[in-house]
Ligand binder design. Sequence first.
Ligand code: MLT
Length: 409
Amino acid sequence: MITINENFLNLQDSYLFQTIAKKVAEFQTNNPDKRIIKLGIGDVTRPIVPAVVDAMYKAIDEMGNQETFRGYGPEQGYSFLREKIVENDYLKRGVEISPDEIFISDGAKCDCGNIGDILGLNNRVAITDPVYPVYLDTNIMAGRGSSFDEKTGKFENIIYIPATAENNFIPEFPSEVPDMIYLCFPNNPTGTTLSKEELKKWVDYAKENKSLILFDSAYESFIQDENIPHSIYEVEGAKEVAIEFRSFSKTAGFTGIRCAYAVVPKELKGYTKKGEDVDLNKLWNRRQGTKFNGVSYPVQRAAEAIYTKEGQKQIKENIAYYMENAKIIKDGLKEAGFIVYGGENAPYIWLKVPDGLSSWEFFDKLLNEANVVGTPGVGFGPSGEGYFRLTAFGTKENTIEAIARIKKM
Ligand code: MLT
């Protein structure tokens, strides 16, 4: 008899964005004449920039030529891309990372989930609340958390660290010390950031407790304020305690192309039950070598082109476009009397729903009355109840129209 991984039975029925897609599809079927504006899932709308498209065409041509054809690439990624990442994303910010600490992948979502393969199942996991649901769900699948408590909206054995308006979105150390700590800044969903000083407190805390920080900086390219760190490694000592996840999805519109990377520094150690230290870089390399055959050559060439002069100019124009949308949303909602957060160094706007409504009730109201889709805050954790997320990744026209409709509600 084939048995299953029963941890999956602890999960809620479907992944947050699948639930939303289903509700929206139902509404559209029942209201075929309504034009729905989707500001729910953070999916980009600007096309891939010309520098990237050109590089991809060129790479595809190479693949069709006997002299330049390539088969399997290195599982960790081609050195041409790993070197560009080191030079542009780290050295330019004064951070020394070596190419063999960079692992190219097909998405930060996969990396955030897969990293659990090399970590013990008895580790205590902490997530900030609210947060991107992948950190939680993947740990429930692995068995690091157990049953869901309907009353509290929390899973047993998971440490929730509130980062809410009440504490200015600055997570405080929990009463119980976690082994794995997920931090995401700029934050998804609140769009808020953490200063270097605040981040340093977490690095020091992780060092003191031999914990591991899993730092998701998928939204770093949206940071406008020069004082906000783009990488956790800008904090001294972070290479000893943190893995960083980055993605080209939002930075360069790669949600459909798929390319990202994880940084696993060589200084970083994990421990056996007996307390012996082990290099996490070696373990991740071993895991990737076995379970992954790398990202396709044309996609890695496309990612490389982001770092050219034209590529940088073009992707920055798109980022500015989205940040203008963020301003339109934030200013418009404020004018409509909403309390709003984020949207200044991130493409997400976090708003307080009108009194008396739950996040999901507001979702329904917005869909029914304004035909606008957003994401209910509670979908990101219990502390998100009473809040709602809108994304700046729509087109400018739709963003303006959505805000006009919301103002009329
Ligand atoms: C989001 O809307 O939170 C993101 O688009 C999801 C993701 O990046 O996987």
